[in-house]
Write a protein that binds this ligand. Sequence first.
Ligand code: ARG
Length: 279
Amino acid sequence: MLKNTLKKIVGVSLMMTTIIAFTACGNKQNSSTDNAQDKSQSAAMQKIKKSGKLVIGTSADYPPYEFHKSVDGKDEIVGFDIEVGKQIAKDLGVQLEIKDMKFDGLLAALDQGNVDIIVAGMNPTEERKKSVDFSNVYYTAVQSVILRTSDKDKIKSIDDLKGKKVAVQKGATQEEIAKKQMPNSQAIALPKISDLILSLKNNRADAVIVELPVATSNVNSNKDLFISDIKVQNEVEGSAVAVKKGSTDLVQSINKTIDRLTKDKSIDKYVTDATNSVE
Ligand code: ARG
């Protein structure tokens, strides 16, 4: 009963926020006389140009892709995805704003217009392509399995993980990888990478699947863990930027930026720099 009432209150206040947001948007549109609207632009592009900022959604639990770091005593979100985001914003001629959220909330945030693009080490899977469009791939990593050092001699193959718990990030491709490639293990999906690492350290899970650069960063700061030789296959190769469906002009602009950063090897440099700056 109380639960239902609470639900209603939450529902109503959520609706109010939405309405306020819409009203705010409407006012802004009416009052802006400069920035004339170009009908040939996608809605996403118009929004970005008009507001003068690109809002990127990310899940900053994924070093060296994106992570929190204290810079001059201030908490900042850094990583090679963020550097790519900065360049995309620069080429669009707008400011960059970063919104940090749970990985499994990113697609909904894009759909609802809370973010303009997603840069979060996201693989362009067929399933996701049903609801969003993707840029070209800007970086490719292999998958890896993290184990406890104390299990080094006990767990050497996927078979050895039979009946054991494998921790993966909720909403991530690793969830599928665990289910398909480790059908005899029990997959446990948790919201944040730090949750996965902690569950492995505390014996609540026996293995973690993440992309190799993330595994390396986490193993470097956790001496009781190591990257195993167990091989799992990527379902879909590479990270790409997600945009709202139909934003062709935005995808084209992002692809141009990615092209430039790939050709002049900037991406490689961002990856190295970000990897070195993980604490
Ligand atoms: N590459 C995986 C996927 O696309 C995992 C990405 C997780 N990213 C993050 N920022 N936590 O599902």
